[in-house]
Design a protein around this ligand. Structure first.
Ligand code: HEC
Length: 336
């Protein structure tokens, strides 16, 4: 979209949003709500991504540690990044002064290790397709009522984590939504594919401090999940391990000596098979079920090829499996 068109669009959004009695409140001096709120009707979803380019942030490279990546200190209160893996990563967060870690990933966080380093874990998972009102309320309450600084993470620290950090930037730091969106896009590198995350930060009503106080939630350190979603928490981890080895010509990486391609592929297969038997999968559309069956077959081929030591075939099987992951996400995950 060209600059002028965008300006016109922004003006027209303000003209209608600012006059509408239903429009959420504008920023107040205490930063209860950050800036204009763009309602979904007024804002094409794509435009939330465009909006994230409106404010030009200085280029800032992320901080990277061996087991902690894409780290951005967004304010004195909020740091965003990948899942901390292992002792050193938690020690690093402790050094940064972090008091509360918020995980929005599906996997149960390592609360014990966090506690060992004097930090509290809060598990508030969100999805890639956007945020639900309840999820925003949990995040807002956490930012307002627990002790900061906060470290907010998902798995890779690029998409969901930065969106959750953006909620904090608005409700705790009082920045405008455009600013929070700009940080997602220009710093953390949140993908354009995750339109729902961008539109949530642009347009969802965030609770006031009074609403947060009244919201009933007790900051659990682990929120158990069952069923398909649980499978989709385990699957990417195994997938990423296999990918690491595939990229390395199936040679065991000395940095990850405990990884074994066949072992990982076999674990992945057992989860795909279990997931494929779930009632909720049986109730999904035919195309969804076809992609699940296809994934199981491709994973079987991968296991066979690795067992036979046939690396080129293993690579082909893995690549078609990855294509199935993408096809299914495109249809059933990235959009509302
Ligand atoms: C048949 C459809 C389908 C296939 C195949 C599939 N996924 Fe998913 N995946 C989903 C859906 C739907 C979700 C969203 C689940 C939810 O949040 O309820 C999801 C969620 C995820 C998530 C986010 C989990 C979280 O923490 O919330 C990741 C990562 C992921 N998938 C990776 C993969 C990988 C890697 C593969 C292939 C090895 C794969 N998926 C194959 C449908 C699929």
């Amino acid at each position: 979209m060209n600059q002028r068109l965008l300006q016109v669009l922004l003006l027209s959004i303000c003209a209608s949003a600012c006059n509408s009695s239903q429009a959420p409140q504008e920023t107040d001096a205490t930063g209860q709500l950050g800036g204009k709120v763009y309602t979904l009707d007024e804002l094409q979803v794509e435009d939330a991504y465009e909006l994230a380019a409106e404010i030009q942030l200085p280029a800032v490279p992320p901080k990277d540690f061996p087991d902690l990546h894409n780290v951005y200190t967004l304010s004195a209160n909020i740091i965003s990044g990948s899942e901390p893996l292992g002792e050193d990563a938690f020690a690093e967060l402790e050094t940064m002064g972090v008091k509360t870690i918020i995980s929005v990933d599906g996997k149960t966080p390592n609360a014990e290790l966090a506690a060992k380093h004097g930090m509290r874990y809060v598990h508030a998972p969100i999805r890639y397709n956007g945020l639900e009102q309840e999820e925003v309320s949990r995040l807002a309450k956490t930012y307002r009522e627990l002790e900061g600084p906060f470290f907010v993470h998902c798995f890779h620290g690029k998409h969901r984590g930065p969106a959750a950090a953006a909620v904090g930037r608005v409700v705790l730091d009082g920045v405008d939504r455009e600013r929070a969106l700009a940080e997602m896009r220009q710093w953390s590198g949140t993908s354009k594919s995750y339109k729902g995350l961008y539109s949530a930060i642009a347009s969802m009503p965030f609770p006031s401090a009074a609403e947060s106080a009244a919201f009933d939630w007790d900051f659990p350190e682990a929120r158990p999940m069952e069923g398909f979603r649980q499978a989709m928490v385990e699957i990417p981890r195994l997938h990423d391990n296999i990918e690491l080895m595939a990229d390395n010509d199936w040679i065991v990486d000395p940095q990850h000596p405990d990884l074994d391609a066949l072992n990982e592929a076999t674990s992945l297969l057992s989860i795909f098979r279990q997931a494929n038997k779930l009632q909720e999968v049986a109730e999904r559309p035919a195309e969804f079920r076809r992609l699940m069956d296809k994934s199981v077959e491709e994973n079987e081929l991968l296991v066979q090829a690795l067992t036979a030591g046939d690396q080129p075939t293993a690579l082909k099987a893995f690549e078609s499996l990855q294509a199935s992951c993408k096809s299914c996400h495109k249809l059933y995950r990235n959009d509302r």
